[in-house]
Every structure is written in C-alpha cells, then in structure tokens.
Design a protein around this ligand. Structure first.
Ligand SMILES: *[C@@H]1O[C@H](CO)[C@@H](O)[C@H](O)[C@H]1NC(C)=O
Ligand SMILES: *[C@@H]1O[C@H](CO)[C@@H](O)[C@H](O)[C@H]1NC(C)=O
Ligand SMILES: *[C@@H]1O[C@H](CO)[C@@H](O)[C@H](O)[C@H]1NC(C)=O
Ligand SMILES: *[C@@H]1O[C@H](CO)[C@@H](O)[C@H](O)[C@H]1NC(C)=O
Length: 650
C-alpha cells in the first residue's frame, strides 16, 4: 500500500534552502478594492491564484496576508507554507455560502491535517464566493515560522524566495461553516517558487486595519459524527471478560461485523489518530496519538478505562512505542528520531526525555518507525524503517538503512544516541515497509510487510491482485541478520492467473521485467521467502500473537491503490509449533486463505482508504495489544474521531 505522496518528497531543511534556487513563478499583482499588492502565483492547470503580502520588516516572527482564489469545483484548497504536506503550517480554505472559511492546519503525519494552534487567520475584505469562484483573503499570524520535526525553529526568508505548495480536493468538505471541518483527500497538488521579497509592501499594518471585516465571524458550528450502529452478529449477554459496554464512551462511529463467537466493544472515542498500543507492567494502556503524543489510560477490571490523561505531549510522535520488560523505560519514535523516558507506571509519569536514535529518513512516503524490545534481551531495541518511496531502488543496498529492520544495544548507547544509518546491526533488509513487528514466545522476531503499488509484469498491469502483502520471520535479533527479504526487486505472487508469460503458484517470487540477472529464479535463490502471503493492498500495520501463540492477529489498515477498496479489518492467522520448536503459520505459503476475518466493515468497497479523508466512512484498525487477561485491544485511527476497542471471545 502507499500513503498519499508527500507534496514534495524530500523534507529536510536542506531542501528548503535548495528550493530557493528554482525559477521564480510569482509576479506582483495589486488589488484595486483592497489596495493590497501581492506577490502572486497563478496555476494555469487548476485555475487557482495564490497571493502573499508581507510587511517591509520581515524579522521573525512576522505576519502575512494570504489570498487564495479557486474555481468553485475546488471544494477545498490547501496552501503549504513550507512547500510540502507534512510538517509545516497549512492554510486550508473553502467556500461557505457567499463567504469562505479559512483554517490553520498542520499535518504531523500522513492523515487529515489537524487544527494548528501555532497560527491564526483573520478574514479580510475580499473574501467572497460567486457562481464560479471563491476567494479567501486573510491575515495569518504564525504562518511564516514553525518548529520542525526535530523541534528546531525555522522561518521563511522574507527577503528571499521559497517553495510553496498547493493541493485541492473536489468532494464536499464535511461542514463548510466550521474551520475545524474535516475534508477529504486531495485530487491534485503541485508546487512553485515564490518571490517573498516582492511580497513586502508599505503600509502593511494600515492595509490590514482598513480591510478588517466589521461583521463578526460566525462561530464554528459543531461538526457531526456518523453514529449509525448495527448490532453485531454476536449479541450474547455480557461476559466477564469483554465488557458489554463502557460508560460514557458514546456509540461506535461506524458499523461493524464480527466473526461468530467474538465480541467487540468500543472503550473510548475522540482520540487523535490513535496508532500503536503498549500496556505497562501495572496494566495501564498507553496509546500513541499521531501528531499529539502518548495518552495514559488506567484500566478497570472490566476492561473499560477508568481515567485518561496525556502522558507525553510531543507532536512528532506518530506510531512507534515500546517499553522495557521491567516497565521502567518507555520508548517512542518520530519520523527521524527515537526517544526514551524513565517511566513510573503507578504514578503515570515520565522523567526527562533522551534522544536514543537520530538520522532516520526525513520524508518520503513511509513516515513511521515501529519499535519493539526483545523480551529476553531487554537492552535490544528493534526499529523498523520503511522505504522512502513505492520502489526505493537505493534501498537494495542495505547500507542506505531503508526498507530494513535494525537492532540497537541500549546498554552501549553513545552520547547523543545512535545514528540509525551507521549504528546497530540488521534484523533483515529488503522489507519494503514492515510497519508491524513483534516477538513470539521463543523471542523470535516477526514482521508484516506492506508491499508495492502499481506493479506490472513485462508491462502488463497486475497491480490489483499482486503483489502479496506478507508475514516475515526474522528470528533471533541478538545476532546480525543480513538476509535479504526481496524488496525492491523481488515481489510475491497472490493471483497467478494475472501472469500470462509463466505459470506461477501463490507465494512464488516474481520480478517486474525479467532481464539479465533480474529473474524470478534469482529471487528464489537469493531472497528469504515470506511465511505467508496476505491479500494485496490490505496495508497490514500491526501484528500480535495471542498469549499461547496459537494465533496471530493483524490489522489491515486498508487500501489506497486498489479498486474496489480492501482491508479495514482485523484478521486471525492460525499458528502452530513445528517439530523443530519454531512457530509457523498453519497455512502453507501457497494458500490465500491463511488469514480469516475477525472484525470488519460491512461494505469495505465504500471505505475510503486514500489518505487523509474526513471519515473513511469506516472504522480503520491500526494498533493491537493484548492485556494480561488476554483481551485484544485495537485502535481505529480515523483522524477526527479515533476510537479504542476491546475484542475477545464472547
Ligand atoms: C523589525 O522588527 C524587529 C522585531 O519586531 C525589530 O526588533 C526591529 O527593530 C525592526 N526593524 C526595523 C528596521 O524597524
Ligand atoms: C477557528 O476560528 C477560531 C476563531 O477565530 C480560532 O480561535 C481557531 O484557532 C480557528 N481554528 C482553526 C483550526 O483555524
Ligand atoms: C467571480 O469571482 C472571480 C474571482 O474573483 C471573478 O474573476 C469573476 O469575474 C467573478 N464572477 C462573477 C460573475 O462575478
Ligand atoms: C534571504 O535571501 C536573500 C536573497 O537570496 C539572501 O541575500 C539572504 O542572505 C537570505 N537570508 C537568510 C537569513 O538566509
């Protein structure tokens, strides 16, 4: 699967500097009505215009006026102050009756950009909607500077040039009157080089004053949440293990179906993109909320939460969390770094943060860095790092340290932390994006891989039902594992009938264009086969064994690049212990039925998997964790109303 392409895939500060070297595409345009002159860029293809006006004095922090004009078909437009979707202030605007709404947003990861309190917009005269176009004209305080992913202050050079980016959508925003409205994924995006020096105008302050709207701006209307609920198939009386309901959590946002004998109960709502779950040694549940931090949920004996608070507030955290087996050290990751904190489970507090890993890739299309601690070797932290693109050719060299899993000995932590690329040792490479990693009861490492999009065989499109997502076995992490798991060259067949040049079986290796030494046969000789293949485009992002390792549970986050949509469910894979004492799936590699549905959306083809969407129309399984009573907890990371669920046998 693929997350939405980042508007510009390289995100580093170096890129901001480089971007300034391109050809300037803006010119000065003055508006007769407001008397404001803008440094203005018109995008011919989309019919949109973006104007910026700045004060003469651009010593940071400084304000800006932004004017966006767009055809009414563009139901929302985003303007990225740092020239990319993630990690910069976004001005997002849309038509609202005869006026328009403007919203300050920030995408801390791939998902619906959240409200951003570091910037504030004040609508100015010239904000209108007519039959063909809408225009937002607004003062922005806080748009020209921000903190980067690594908490460094960055501000736009107001006497230079910079790269900006636009995006627009063409499906209705959820609630046009509200500046906190959700909206759906963009239909198109682009970027250009803008002259900021030319945006500096005389009388900035007085022009702002003379163009303030006198009429009060309507208060945002509350946004609505879909609450249609169908009773699940298993409507049996409450069982001691899984609560029938939890007080005060509200109805589930979406309908769901359950496998026979199973029960699922929503235990919390209103979370911000909840991702991975970690239980502490006292039974409290910690949840990474992407773009927000880590929340702490004290749990009752009934499996419901009894209280909730924020444990760590840190916008850069987006997925990874782990804990030392003694429960005294908490770990979490951002796109580029991993951190540790001394942790007190009973008090629900952390001590001072230490940066333990730096230098993970800044940008690309896979931004999460999943963490796990080896249960038997508590000094070993395992960190999974995906590729930086659909096909990241350079990652074929394990030294790039992408599409790889690495292990770091924290008992030998260098001052300032390990560099991800040069430090540690490998636990396998050539895994495109193993977002889920976990250990079995033999302390052996497993992972679940998100495989590639847009795949062809000798030019023939085979992407709808190939390649397979996969379950990988990496094994013992105490020693370097330099085995190659196939990516970016070798992919796995799911639907053999799509291949016309050769007879394949499910689970066979294939290359896109056989030639020279790039052959299916060489894949077989050189790459470690998966343990089991999974439905293409399912986007599996977590896997956990049940306590006795008879089943593996996997969240399918849901597809991006497949029509009809697939995924959006939790599946179960039966596991057995072989004669050699190793665990392995019961189903053979040639099977496509090794994963069975446990908890799923009734009409998956209606779920929207393509990136930031205002609701997805579906619950969206993300993280999993078992508590000590063997209850399976799950996050659903719908951006605007994330939920926690508990699942178990009824
Ligand atoms: C520009 O603004 C900064 C910060 O507000 C101030 O310190 C500085 O004196 C100003 N410069 C001029 C030339 O007005
Ligand atoms: C929405 O508008 C209110 C009132 O102007 C403002 O305080 C808030 O920051 C805005 N929120 C966003 C996300 O722009
Ligand atoms: C609608 O607004 C656009 C953009 O300001 C303008 O170019 C156009 O002439 C307007 N159309 C009408 C009918 O007023
Ligand atoms: C801002 O850009 C101008 C023009 O390129 C350049 O002369 C100046 O050094 C830059 N300022 C900073 C702080 O980089």
């Amino acid at each position: 699967m693929r997350y939405v392409q980042v508007v510009s895939s390289a995100l580093s500060l170096a890129t901001y500097a480089l971007a300034q070297e391109g050809e300037v595409a803006s010119k000065v345009v003055c508006d007769a009505a407001t008397k404001i002159c803008y440094s203005s860029y018109s995008d011919a293809g989309s019919g949109m215009t973006f104007g910026i006006a700045l004060p003469k004095n651009v010593t940071a922090p400084y304000d800006a006026i932004i004017k966006i004009t767009a055809p009414v078909e563009n139901t929302w437009v985003g303007f990225a102050w740092g020239g990319q979707m993630v990690w910069n202030p976004l001005t997002v605007a849309w038509a609202n009756g005869k006026s328009a709404t403007v919203s300050a947003r920030f995408a801390f990861s791939m998902g619906l950009p959240q409200g951003y309190d570091g910037a504030e917009h004040i609508l100015l005269k010239g904000t209108t909607t007519n039959t063909t176009h809408w225009t937002v004209n607004a003062l922005c305080k806080g748009c020209t500077g921000w903190l980067t992913n690594e908490e460094l202050a960055y501000s736009l050079n107001g006497t230079g040039t910079t790269q900006f980016a636009w995006a627009y959508g063409n499906s209705a925003v959820e609630d046009p009157a509200s500046n906190t409205s959700a909206f759906n994924v963009h239909a198109a995006f682009g970027h250009w080089i803008h002259d900021l020096n030319a945006a500096r105008i005389d009388n900035f302050e007085s022009l702002v004053k003379s163009n303030l709207l006198t009429a009060p701006i309507a208060a945002p209307a509350p946004s609505t949440i879909v609450t249609s609920v169908v009773p699940s198939a298993t409507n049996k009386p409450a069982n001691a293990v899984i609560p029938a309901s939890c007080a005060g959590v509200g109805n589930p946002a979406f309908q769901s179906n359950l496998a026979s004998g199973w029960k699922a109960t929503k235990i919390a709502g209103g979370l911000t993109s909840p991702r991975s779950i970690q239980f502490d040694t006292a039974g409290n549940m910690l949840v990474v909320q992407a773009g927000k931090g880590i929340s702490y949920h004290a749990m009752g004996a009934d499996g419901c939460t009894t209280s909730t608070k924020m444990l760590v507030t840190l916008n850069s955290l987006n997925h990874g969390i782990a804990m030392s087996p003694d429960g005294k050290t908490l770990y979490a990751s951002s796109m580029t770094q991993a951190f540790s904190w001394p942790y007190d489970a009973a008090a629900g507090t952390v001590g001072t943060r230490t940066t333990i890993i730096t230098g993970m890739f800044n940008g690309g299309s896979h931004l999460t860095r999943t963490l796990a601690v080896a249960p038997n070797l508590p000094n070993l932290l395992v960190v999974s790092h995906g590729s930086n693109a659909n096909i990241d050719t350079a990652s074929a060299d394990k030294k790039t340290a992408r599409a790889i899993i690495k292990v770091f000995d924290l008992s030998k932590l260098p001052s300032g932390g390990y560099n991800y690329v040069s430090g540690g040792w490998n636990a396998g490479y050539g895994q495109r994006n193993d977002v889920g990693i976990t250990f079995d009861n033999n302390n052996m490492l497993w992972g679940v891989e998100n495989s590639a999009d847009d795949i062809k065989r000798n030019g023939k499109d085979v992407h709808t039902n190939n390649p397979s997502e996969k379950i990988h076995y990496m094994g013992d992490v105490s020693k370097p594992n330099d085995a190659w798991y196939g990516y970016p060259t070798c992919l796995t067949v799911w639907q053999p009938s799509d291949f016309t040049d050769k007879q394949f079986q499910v689970g066979d290796w294939f290359v896109q264009s056989p030639s020279g030494s790039t052959t299916d046969e060489n894949c077989k000789a050189q790459a470690v086969a998966p343990k089991l293949t999974l439905m293409p485009h399912s986007a599996p992002i977590d896997l956990k064994f049940d306590p006795d390792n008879t089943n593996l549970y996997i969240t399918y986050h849901g597809s991006w690049n497949r029509s009809p949509t697939t995924g959006f469910k939790v599946v179960q894979v039966a596991i057995q212990k072989g004669a050699d004492g190793n665990y392995t799936p019961v189903a053979p590699l040639t099977s496509t039925t090794g994963a069975v549905d446990i908890f799923w959306n009734p009409a998956v083809e209606k779920c929207q998997g393509n990136g930031p969407s205002f609701s997805s129309g579906c619950f969206r399984p993300a993280g999993l964790a078992f508590d000590k009573q063997a209850r399976l907890y799950m996050t659903s990371d719908i951006s605007s109303n994330g939920e926690l669920w508990v699942l178990g046998k009824a």
